[in-house]
Design a protein around this ligand. Structure first.
Ligand code: SF4
Length: 835
């Protein structure tokens, strides 16, 4: 079964086809080390992850290393791969994962653990490190859950703690040497264990007492705790051409990391510990990355990434300058992680210059008292001031995020959540404003001051949601909640020990998949698995004693246990710990103040910024107010390009138009988009030599030959612009199109003759989830066999505004084709010679 056989049969084949902008395809045979970087969730989640992209480019820039990507398959793809006995493959060259030297698997969150087993299984690899040998790739993990990986530790040969930029290159060099010198697996693992920041689980064993209680992790052969890797600064990380998906993903934008680490010290937040200290990037570098990234990607949104973007030292000035440049290109700027209090009217004013993105504010708790316990450092007044400013500046919808079940929470704290939302809404002077309230169960995380506290059970979580449902009333509010059953499992896995690997495996065998997706998640499966392997799930949610060993004690975040304990004590008394970014060192123990220390931009000096460097702004007379010229681009869509949906093609061309730098006209309103009209939607799987688009620009284009070359350089494989010409802009309403359809078996001529003689063929089709009947006959101008009985030509007449049928719907009905025969039919759209 080839990939071309599989893709027609799956939902959203563009998840697996690869072919995205800026991917790297190195020579497989010449690479000394081949790494498959795997994100254990669906493509649309994994492609939004910046860490994997950084490592991808870093490894590919190494002359001896090749890196490709893979993502967890959706259930339909998993089923097909199993039925066809085809292993999971990489996106770039479609090589089976088992043929790589290593799988680098991201550990982003706890509910992806069964997906790791799906990936190992489909790769044909034994799950456990101890069952793999020299014939298998190494399986190496990294990411946030590397700091508490025991539930999956047995599945990994090594796990990297902390920043990967330097460590992955050290590991790559080590593995290249291992291959050239023929080290055995045991030697490779022992050498990996000596690399700073690398945890080799087989070098430790979990100790349990006679009652089965966890007693700690013991290093073998004197192995001490593993200290996290920390990059001294992030000035020169990233900056490679961004991978640009061809299909819709969750965070579909250019992401520029403006700072790493947050030292606000929220006591529930693991990221605030494991990414310390704060390291800000210089404004000059941010500008460079933003302009280069937009030019190389064609994205129309720039996200400034950081754990708390508003805390960046020069955020207001930075935004003004960025917007001054980007507003002309209709590129918006978003800041996904704003803190109440840092979202000033100045900043909001800048964001709305292009497009109003939503505002998510995270009070986390309902009362000032509880916010002091968690060291949130914001008051109700801060929240109301920010809400008032947002409403005044024209935002109609604010989103508030809260947790319930925080330590010391009372009924009063819970009741304060809807009350706070009501007071925030009351700050709006205009009508029609709304607030969405999102709530989730607090999950205590390892390495934080709350790592030992009790987590709410499922019933307690639902009881709080029921209370809030009754308390949050009226059309101005909407309550959304995270499923307490998923939080329950997240809590178990967050603080789980090594014996949970049997549970993960058993749950997977019983069908647990994609647990982070509510439509796939089944807690009952996990409960049954737990019972079968003898694990008490509730036990993992309990309060831990102060002297109780924890399953992550051997993994050193760099922050001292004394600081963590002191923070817990301060939480009990509601004592505030200020941010060391601006209030001096709070003695968490992380920095040595020689190489590792906070990196904070001292001077917001934008005078020396480089000149504007984008195709659109580089001296072209871009804006000729009111001018309107329409050009028609005729293009082919062949090979892998046929697996994109219509909306995916629209997005792709929007991006290519930016990359080519045409002086486009845009629609008006909050979400301006280029004025482009596309040819009618082509069914997924159909190739075409008859596609076109009409693009409106504001000046006459002078060298159409060069522009055509620019398009063909920027378009992904399978797309080719064949002609560009000035056009009237008039869209034909009555279209005659011609399809050549290649079937596996010859068709019966009698059926064609009978069809041609009839004046009616009623087909039942599903449109927008509803069945309806459409008469196909008036749409078919002709149907003829043109080669050996298997190749037929179908001429279809369609009219704008009228219901249309897909060519294969007609063929399937006429020739009684199965779903698989229909999906496998080769189909090419062409201009009809008789049109
Ligand atoms: S050691 Fe001091 S300056 Fe460094 S992260 Fe900790 S509190 Fe901040």
């Amino acid at each position: 079964m080839t990939i071309e056989d599989i893709l027609p049969l799956v939902v959203r084949p563009s998840r697996y086809s690869g072919n995205e902008f800026n991917i790297v395809k190195k020579d497989w045979c010449k690479a000394g080390l081949r790494a498959a970087l795997v994100f254990p969730d669906l493509y649309e989640i994994g492609m939004s992850h910046q860490g994997l992209q950084i490592i991808y480019h870093l490894l590919n820039k190494h002359p001896g290393v090749l890196a490709e990507r893979a993502y967890a398959p959706a259930p339909d793809m998993e089923k097909l791969l199993r039925s066809g006995e085809r292993p999971l493959f990489s996106l770039e060259t479609h090589h089976p994962l088992a043929e790589f030297d290593l799988l680098g698997i991201t550990l982003p969150y706890e509910l992806c653990y069964t997906n790791i087993l799906t990936i190992l299984d489909l790769a044909g690899l034994p799950f456990r490190s101890m069952d793999r040998d020299e014939s298998h790739p190494l399986v190496i993990g990294g990411g946030p859950c590397a700091f508490h990986p025991e539930p999956v530790a047995d599945f990994f040969d090594a796990i990297l703690l902390g920043d990967g930029e330097e460590a992955v290159l050290e590991m790559a060099d080590l593995l290249l040497t291992a291959k050239s010198e023929g080290w055995d697996r045991a030697e490779v693992l022992s050498r990996l264990a000596a690399v700073d920041g690398v945890y080799v689980p087989s070098c430790f064993e979990a100790i349990y007492d006679e009652a089965g209680e966890f007693r700690g992790m013991s290093g073998k052969n004197g192995q001490g705790s593993v200290r996290r890797r920390i990059l001294a600064d992030i000035e020169n990380t990233g900056g490679d051409p961004p991978l640009v998906p061809l299909s819709k993903i969750v965070h579909d934008r250019l992401a520029v990391e403006i700072a790493r680490g947050c030292t606000r010290g929220c006591r529930f937040c693991q990221a605030g510990i494991i990414y310390r200290p704060v390291r800000e990037r210089s404004p000059e570098k941010i500008f460079e990355l933003a302009e280069k990234g937009i030019a190389e990607s064609g994205f129309d949104e720039l996200a400034l990434l950081s754990l708390s973007t508003g805390d960046y030292s020069c955020i207001s000035d930075l935004l003004v300058k960025l917007m001054d440049r980007l507003v002309k290109e209709r590129v918006s700027v978003s800041m996904p992680s704003m803190r109440v209090g840092t979202l000033t009217p100045d900043i909001m004013d800048q964001i709305k210059r292009v497009r109003k993105s939503g505002f998510t504010l995270a009070p986390e708790a309902g009362t000032d008292r509880l916010r002091q316990v968690i060291n949130k450092g914001i008051t109700e007044e801060d929240l109301l001031t920010t809400s008032r400013a947002a409403f005044e500046l024209g935002w109609k919808l604010l989103k508030f995020y809260f947790m319930f079940g925080l330590p010391s929470e009372t009924d009063e704290d819970l009741a304060a959540i809807p009350a706070l939302a009501k007071r925030a809404l009351a700050t709006a002077e205009q009508g029609g404003r709304r607030i969405n309230i999102s709530v989730a169960t607090f999950v205590p995380k390892p390495h934080t001051p709350f790592q030992r506290v009790r987590q709410l059970g499922v019933d307690e979580g639902f009881a709080r949601i029921d209370y809030l449902k009754k308390a949050v009333r009226g059309k101005s509010f909407q309550l959304k909640w995270h499923d307490p059953r998923q939080s329950y499992l997240e809590g178990v896995m967050s603080r789980g020990d090594r014996r949970l690997s049997s549970l993960v495996e058993e749950a997977w065998r019983r069908g647990a998949r994609l647990d982070a997706w509510t439509d796939h998640f089944r807690l009952d499966t996990w409960r049954e698995a737990a019972e079968s392997v003898g694990v008490n799930l509730d036990n993992y949610l309990r309060q831990r004693r102060d002297d109780e060993p924890l399953p992550w004690d051997h993994l050193d975040s760099g922050v001292t246990p004394e600081f963590i304990e002191e923070e817990r004590r301060k939480a009990d008394h509601g004592i505030y710990t200020p941010d060391c970014r601006v209030h001096g060192c709070q003695k968490c123990g992380l920095c040595d103040f020689k190489t590792i220390k906070p990196v904070v931009v001292k001077k917001c000096d934008f005078a020396e910024l480089p000149p504007v460097d984008s195709k659109i702004e580089s001296g072209q007379d871009r804006t000729v107010e009111g001018s309107r010229f329409v050009y028609r681009l005729d293009y082919n869509r062949l090979g892998l390009a046929r697996f994109l949906g219509h909306l995916e093609v629209v997005q792709l061309f929007y991006r290519v138009l930016r990359r080519v730098g045409l002086p486009m006209n845009f629609s008006q309103g909050f979400n301006p988009s280029p004025r482009v009209t596309f040819s009618p939607a082509l069914p997924v799987g159909t190739e075409s030599r008859a596609e076109y688009l009409l693009v409106e620009v504001n000046r006459v284009l002078s060298d159409l030959g060069e522009i055509k070359k620019d398009f063909n350089r920027e378009l992904p494989e399978g797309f080719e612009v064949v002609k560009i010409a000035l056009d009237s802009g008039r869209v034909e309403q009555r279209l005659l199109t011609c399809y050549h359809i290649k079937l596996a078996d010859p068709v019966e001529k009698e059926i064609i003759d009978a069809f041609s003689a009839n004046d009616r063929l009623e087909l039942e089709v599903v449109r927008k989830g509803r069945k309806r009947k459409i008469d196909a006959r008036p749409m078919v101008k002709s149907l003829t066999v043109i080669e050996d009985g298997r190749l037929v030509e179908l001429q279809l007449l369609t009219e704008g505004g009228k219901a249309a049928l897909k060519p294969l719907e007609i063929m399937a009905a006429l020739f009684d084709l199965t779903v698989e025969q229909t999906a496998r039919a080769g189909i090419m759209k062409m201009w009809c010679r008789t049109a």
